[in-house]
Design a binder for this molecule. Structure first.
Ligand code: B16
Ligand code: MG
Length: 220
């Protein structure tokens, strides 16, 4: 049986639902630029870095700007987003997340964050999740975005686990691909329609337990 030494968690969509705050902040920016940005459009931004998200938004609006102006627009969006997340608290932790993190630690399994967000530290602090992590790797530590495996490889290294002994929890297709490219096993949080490439797919962390994982991955 392949051992489980570390669990690596994406943030937005796995531990907390910050996608709606990203959406509101991007929608406000789109309104100011004179076009409508829908919730369906927002699906394309999940798991994608801030700079890449802005490029998608501008493509939807049919607009082009130079790099300096794009940096200003991204900052404007981020200032609004930071305002929203500054009001977050533990009530916004997604079902089962805290319980599973506690279970991992009790079982001696290392925990690491692997998020694209440059605001991860603020979100973890405001929701009280920081003490449940042995390592925090986020957008301030990485040079390549998912599906590049960098964020998860750095997480594994930080907790001293071999990729083969790590399990990644992800809600985005690009994140599952990043896990596969890191040669790690993956659990998709969401629908099998979009996360079919994961080793296992569940609706939320409320359906996950250490014993269940050991059984599911016994032969993997
Ligand atoms: P920031 P994750 C991602 O978080 C979000 O899903 C994505 O929508 C966002 O653009 C990205 O973080 C960057 O966030 O603007 O705060 O740096 O899913 O990788 O935890
Ligand atoms: Mg995510």
């Amino acid at each position: 049986m392949s051992q489980i030494k570390a669990c690596l968690f994406d943030l937005d969509g796995v531990l907390v639902d910050t996608a709606r705050y990203h959406f509101i902040a991007w929608r406000e920016l789109a309104e100011e630029l004179g076009f409508v940005f829908t919730e369906q459009d927002n699906e394309r931004l999940k798991g994608v870095s801030r700079a890449a998200s802005l490029n998608i938004l501008l493509e939807i609006g049919g607009l082009t700007f130079d790099e300096a102006e794009k940096a200003r627009l991204a900052e404007q969006k981020n200032n609004r987003y930071v305002e929203y997340i500054s009001r977050m608290d533990s009530s916004e932790i997604l079902p089962g997340a805290l319980e599973f993190l506690q279970e991992c630690r009790a079982a001696g399994i290392k925990t690491a964050l692997g998020s694209a967000s440059k605001n991860a530290a603020t979100i973890l602090n405001n929701t009280g999740l920081t003490p449940y992590f042995d390592a925090i790797i986020d957008g301030t530590h990485t040079s390549a975005a998912k599906p590049d495996p960098e964020v998860f490889l750095l997480g594994a290294q930080a907790v001293g686990a071999e990729p083969a002994h790590c399990i990644v929890f992800e809600d985005a297709e690009a994140g599952i691909e990043a896990a596969t490219r890191a040669r790690m096993r993956s659990v998709g949080i969401g629908s099998p329609d979009t996360l079919g490439a994961a080793n296992l797919v569940v609706p939320s962390l409320a359906q996950v337990s250490v014993a269940g994982l050991r059984e599911a991955f016994a032969a993997v």
